[in-house]
Design a protein around this ligand. Structure first.
Ligand code: ADP
Ligand code: MG
Length: 290
């Protein structure tokens, strides 16, 4: 019998949707004949006894989940997310550089260092890329450090804050849309697809508005109802990062499609997979195939 470890932490389990999703994942793996063990950070040494590891806690190279991924990979144990994917996806400069190298369709994107922050250069960016612009701190997640700026003064207000946290900031052409497509890809193949509807009070799929967090709506979409270009672009973007499990965010406006982000550790607990009942079966089969 093979053993599947699911790496979790207290935060993952404190969310009831996450908990249901994890129990569902366990049931699927057990019905496939595998032994399943939830592994907490204090039990990290158990990883070497597993035949595969599925990480379902927030990934970050500065976090214990990265150690878990490295440990699995060191022992030759198949792991989602693999350490390289965690490292690439946690840094937008690294992630976009992989996409640019493979010619994947993106909004126009530039990386600025502290030395590039002159009024002339920023004014030139507005001329070239239009207004508003989107500014991102490279380690952002959950839309936390992504801001829309209308002019040079607003740009500097945000950029000064972000450049204290990072050597680089990312500046992007603003792509207007009512929703983000999310294309789930595993090992270069479509796993699921859904639509994240952007709350009307913000341009991001999640934001803090007057002290309250507003979340996007989630609607699972069958593959035959997806624009084919969005699916192929999602797979292309995932393949530019690796062969693991990714959630690719795509905006599709005026017939053009642009990758906004490739996420490792994509969420699966909010109904993303409603139209795809085999998601966990496919993930477990992939992990346990060796
Ligand atoms: N270039 C862009 N144009 C329009 N909206 C954007 C752009 N980049 C990001 N967004 C919006 O902001 C959200 C957060 O941006 P993202 O790059 O995914 O950062 P994070 O890693 O913090 O989630 C996205 O889901 C998207 O809705
Ligand atoms: Mg995002």
């Amino acid at each position: 019998m093979s053993r599947l470890g699911i790496f979790v932490d207290r935060k993952t389990l404190s969310n009831s949707e996450q908990l249901n999703a994890l129990i569902h994942c366990r049931d699927v793996a057990e019905n496939m004949g595998h032994d399943v063990e939830f592994i907490f950070p204090v039990d990290i040494a158990k990883i070497q006894k597993m035949d595969a590891l599925f990480i379902r806690a927030r990934t970050d190279p500065m976090n214990i989940t990265y150690v878990a991924a490295r440990m699995a990979s060191f022992h030759g144990i198949p792991v989602i997310d693999d350490p390289q994917s965690i490292q690439i996806c946690s840094d937008k400069v690294n992630m976009y550089s992989h996409l640019i190298k493979k010619g994947v369709s993106l909004p126009r994107t530039v990386f600025l260092s502290r030395n590039d922050l002159s009024i002339e250069y920023v004014a030139h960016l507005f001329d070239e890329m239009g207004s508003p612009l989107v500014v991102k701190e490279p380690s952002t997640s959950f839309s936390l450090r992504v801001e829309k700026v209308q002019n040079v003064a607003e740009f500097f207000k945000v950029a000064r804050r972000f450049i204290k946290m990072s050597d680089w900031i990312v500046v992007q052409q603003f792509i207007e849309s009512k929703y983000d497509w999310r294309v789930g890809v595993l090992d270069g193949k479509l796993l699921y697809a859904c639509k994240y509807t952007i709350p009307s009070v913000t341009f991001k799929i999640q934001a803090s508005v007057n002290g309250h967090i507003v979340y996007c709506g989630v609607e699972s979409v069958p593959s035959h109802d997806m624009p084919p270009r969005v699916i192929t672009l999602g797979i292309e973007a995932a393949n530019a990062i690796g062969r693991g499990l990714y959630g690719v965010d795509i905006k599709n406006t005026n017939g053009d499609a642009y990758v906004i982000e490739v996420n490792d550790n994509p969420s699966l607990e909010s109904g993303e997979d409603t139209c795809y009942p085999n998601v966990y079966h496919t993930i477990v089969s992939h992990l346990m195939k060796t």
